[in-house]
Design a protein around this ligand. Structure first.
Ligand code: ADP
Ligand code: GLC
Length: 485
């Protein structure tokens, strides 16, 4: 099985969130399962060219009425044999940021850049003389792949190639002014026929959903939720229409990176049989954030993109948010690493100025993210919606019990505390309100102080769970096999 992953992110080269983790570890796991899997990425400015090998010769990509020219570079996913190809075009990708930067969160020329990138994926295969059985596109930036396949590449080299689209997040659809359409180089019938038209604009993800042969998303619950008007982000009707070809396959976690027994970023290792190393990590975490060093106080951690999706309005909203009340009414410590919405960053700074038990680091800190997973007792993840969520998987592995809303992948991976039996792996609530976050945190903190036996049993149970990629890979392989007869 030859599979080309077309993606805007793959770690360690490019990452803004879980997409980069998920694509890279899926590719590695498919490779282990015997597939000939390769990845194509844009060569963003911060990917050091000196580390990549050039594939000789320029590559022409037909766009609009002419051609755009680029170079192709290559490398491997570290620790694997998965080839990664980089489309190198100074005009489109020679800048800081993936989709945008602090000042311009969504670059206005993104539809041009990613349309070019999708078309370039086909030219790349021709250049390599390697035609995949499956072109597997991820999220809106790669959503024109199935459109190009259907309207421009149905015959000839790609006649036997099939398309799969994975939705990692329906909240980002790539909606742009329709003026860009001629640049796509598609026939006019594709404007409506491929589902590009969206209230007078262009919606890239909608077109991907309309044209991909198979659609997947990253958890079974999210696959159901996106077919409802509440979490369908206006595409629920189309998703219901395509439901026979839509499936939810849970992401795995990359336990090479996220394992408390081997983690290279933490000061002491531990496992479910011996948690003493976790106490060392807790002390290091308290010191790193300038908190009082106290082994007894429950420490709540959070690592997130600070966007509405993550429940930050109810957690941190000025005046009414739950975090202030948690930190003033409960004997806890709370640490946050994140970056994102400006209002939220300002609010977090203001809270940390007011409260001695609340600390924040704004920005992207890989090492601290690992220390938070290792050193915290509880992990805060009250998402409004969560297609899969990786942080709660990491938390479980490190015995850091997640506090989550019952949605998407959180519902599929965290089981709620049962007070009678002392079972469960986290604390779960349904309605996203500041009160529900406060109450559920109170429940977790109460359990920590007063039902230590239950809390420790839950930590051990959580640490023994495995969300490995191998199971997901067999589901992807089965799906590909339905297409490649
Ligand atoms: P999403 O993809 O919606 O952001 P996930 O839970 O799937 O959510 O994945 C988030 C990933 O990004 C995790 O690997 C998490 O550790 C990482 N991450 C997010 N924000 C930061 C940050 N500020 N510093 C370090 N890592 C972060
Ligand atoms: C998205 C989702 C997240 C998921 C990740 C990887 O960023 O928000 O829930 O885990 O993609 O699939």
């Amino acid at each position: 099985m030859k599979i080309l992953m077309v993606t805007s992110e793959a770690v360690p080269f490019a990452k803004s969130g879980g997409l980069g983790d998920a694509v890279a570890s899926l590719a590695k796991a498919l490779k282990r399962a015997g597939a000939d899997v390769r990845i194509v990425l844009p060569r963003y400015y911060n990917i050091n060219k000196a580390m990549l090998n050039a594939i000789p010769g320029p590559m022409g990509v037909p766009m609009g009425d002419g051609e755009a020219w680029c170079a192709v570079l290559e490398s491997k996913l570290p620790g694997s044999d998965v080839p990664v190809y980089f489309i190198d075009h100074e005009g489109f990708f020679g800048r800081d940021g993936i989709y945008g930067d602090k000042a311009v969160p969504d670059f206005p020329d993104n539809p041009y850049c990613y349309a070019f990138f999708c078309r370039a994926a086909f030219q790349l295969c021709r250049k390599l003389e390697w035609i995949p059985d499956i072109m597997h596109a991820h999220d809106w930036p790669a959503s024109l792949v199935p459109v190009y396949k259907r309207y421009l590449e149905a015959h000839g080299d790609f006649a036997h190639t099939h398309t799969v689209l994975t939705i990692h997040n329906l909240g980002y659809q790539g909606i742009y002014n329709k003026d860009v359409f001629p640049y796509f180089g598609l026939p006019w019938e594709a404007y409506h026929g491929a589902g590009l038209e969206y209230f007078g604009s262009i919606n890239l993800l909608q077109a991907g959903i309309a044209t991909a042969e198979k659609i997947t998303t990253v958890s079974p619950t999210y696959a159901r939720e996106i077919q409802t008007s509440i979490l369908g982000c206006t595409l629920d009707g189309l998703l219901r229409h395509r439901s026979n070809n839509l499936v939810g396959i849970l992401n795995g976690a990359d336990y090479d990176e996220w394992n408390p027994e081997t983690d290279k970023y933490i000061p002491a290792h531990f496992n479910s049989k011996d948690l003493s190393g976790k106490a060392v990590c807790k002390e290091a975490l308290q010191k790193e954030f300038g908190l009082a060093v106290d082994p007894e106080v429950p420490l709540i951690g959070m690592v997130a993109r600070l966007t509405d999706q993550k429940g930050i309005g109810d957690l941190f909203g000025p005046m009414h948010g739950a975090a202030y009340h948690i930190c003033t009414k409960m004997n806890v410590q709370f640490v946050v690493v994140g970056s994102g919405d400006v209002w939220c960053e300002r609010e977090l700074e203001s809270l940390s100025g007011k409260l001695s038990n609340f600390k924040v680091k704004l920005g992207y800190f890989e090492k601290t993210a690992h220390l938070i997973e290792a050193g915290s007792d509880l992990f805060m993840m009250p998402s409004k919606y969560e297609p899969c969520g990786l942080n709660q998987l990491y938390s479980l592995r490190y015995g850091t019990l997640p506090i989550v809303r019952r949605t998407g992948g959180l519902a599929d991976t965290v089981s709620n505390y049962n007070e009678e039996k002392g079972t469960g792996t986290g604390f779960v609530f349904d309605n996203l309100t500041p009160q529900a976050i406060f109450d559920t945190t109170g429940w977790a903190v109460y359990t920590y102080y007063n039902r230590k036996d239950h809390f420790i049993a839950m930590q051990k149970a959580a640490m023994e769970q495995r969300f490995s990629w191998d199971k997901s890979v067999s589901e992807y392989m089965a799906l590909y096999s339905l297409l490649v007869k």
